[in-house]
Write a protein of this length. Structure first.
Lengths: 214, 220
């Protein structure tokens, strides 16, 4: 049943597309915004033989943290690694300074290669390279990578910008490899854009979604 | 421009339980919208249950291409039998038996209550190499009255008919011999068929009590 009559004669809010009408913090009026405790989808990008995928808008002080979810990332080149970097303002160099840790758990389909180990080849110490957040991903038709990357307070002009990722991919042996990466962009300048790419070759297919966390 | 007076004479939205009121895409009207991108699909509460199953199309469960990512939350899962493993498996579309092929890795951080033992290690007894067993995400949950198991499990794009189905779990148990144990489990169902049924159980005995919630992470 539709509501055909509304009794409020003063709803003093500014409309914004797709935002919610909600009670304000004093519960004595209304405001426009998002409902707390939720993931708000900001944008979606789908790879199609893409050399890079960049998110250049929607990352600001609106949310305290942002989450990228990627699923079924399929590389064009076998054994290539999934990576990301960030930049400030409208810059497109994607070479911010990163200090990070990286470790992995692995296990092959042939019941070999089990292990939990720190990956010195995948971390950075004040480096400016694209941060590797996977091991080499197989590019057989059914092989892919899925996972999440969370960025904390990217717009802060006081603190460095922490990130945490966790990705599971099918490696070339073949087997499963789960990569845990965390670190920080060592800058007090706001990060406004993020770029993803394989270490070699294109992202053949896959989806990356950007959410804000309210 | 603020709306200082509500001029719509036909507030033409259909109420939906649990939904919020949202401005539409043109910001000149209203529509109903779920409050979050994380949508609660189904809650199952154990009561001396041998298994808890989430089957697409049954009992309001959605486990198909509606959402690209699904998340299960485990809340105070309590075993009837002391020191038993908590686990899950899936069925592909049209399949049965909960015996899909899984390759997985598992590692744990542990610390006992006396403070005498702590470690971070790979757990070979819990992983699978193209195995068809139930995947363990907890090893030995205690069944004292105050002991339980909690955590979350993500399942990525289970409806894909192209790729394997990745999963990732972070769980925490009150180990039967009084440890805090945290497990990190990652892997994939090694099938290109859609997975549309997931079942949870203990290796031995019933799920005495506890709640499992299934959420969908919205695509748009």
């Amino acid at each position: 049943m539709a509501l055909s009559k509304v009794d409020f004669n003063n709803i003093n809010v500014t409309p914004a597309a797709s935002k919610k009408l909600k009670f304000n913090s004093s519960a004595n009026g209304f405001e426009t915004g998002d409902v707390g405790g939720s993931l708000v989808l900001i944008s979606t990008q789908t790879a199609s033989s893409s050399s890079t995928i960049s998110f250049t808008s929607g990352i600001d002080s609106t949310y305290d943290s942002y989450v990228f979810k990627f699923y079924d990332i399929h590389p064009a080149t076998s054994s290539s690694l999934f990576t990301f970097q960030a930049d400030t303002g409208t810059n497109t160099n994607y070479n911010q300074t990163i200090t990070s840790t990286n470790f992995r758990a692995k296990h092959t389909e042939a019941d070999g290669g089990t292990g939990l180990e720190y990956r010195t080849a995948r971390d950075q110490a004040q480096g400016t390279a694209f941060q590797q957040i996977s091991e080499g991903i197989e590019n057989d038709n059914d092989s892919s990578l899925s996972g999440t990357l969370q960025i904390f307070s990217p717009s802060s002009d006081t603190f460095v910008k922490h990130f945490i990722s966790r990705c599971n991919g099918m490696i070339v042996n073949p087997g499963t490899q789960e990569t845990f990466c965390a670190g920080y962009f060592n800058t007090t300048t706001a990060l406004t854009r993020f770029q993803f790419k394989m270490s070699s070759g294109n992202i053949d297919s896959g989806v990356i979604k950007l959410y804000g966390v309210t | 421009m603020a709306i200082s007076k509500f001029n719509y004479n036909s507030f033409n939205v259909t109420p939906v339980a649990g939904a919020a009121l949202a401005f539409d895409a043109d910001a000149d009207g209203f529509s109903t919208a779920t409050a979050t991108s994380m949508v609660l699909i189904k809650t199952l509460t154990a009561s001396s249950s041998a298994t808890l199953s989430f089957v697409d199309g049954s009992s309001d469960v959605v486990l198909d291409n509606t959402y690209p990512v699904y998340m299960f939350k485990f809340i105070n899962i309590h075993p009837a039998t002391d020191g038993t493993a908590f686990s899950f498996q899936g069925n592909s579309s049209g399949g049965s038996g909960y015996n899909e092929t899984i390759t997985s890795s598992v590692f744990q951080a542990q610390h006992n209550e006396s403070g005498s033992a702590s470690s971070l290690s790979y757990v070979t007894s819990m992983d699978q190499a193209n195995g068809t067993s139930f995947q363990q995400i907890g090893l030995s949950v205690g069944n004292d009255n105050d002991q339980s198991f909690v955590g979350s499990l993500f399942l990525f794009n289970p409806s894909s008919t192209t790729f394997v189905k990745h999963f990732s779990a972070t769980t925490q148990e009150y180990y039967s011999s009084n440890y805090s144990k945290r497990y990190f489990t990652g892997g994939y169902f090694n099938t290109t068929s859609a997975i549309d049924e997931i079942q949870f159980k203990f290796a031995s005995g019933n799920i005495d009590a506890g709640t499992i919630k299934l959420y969908g992470i919205k695509d748009s």
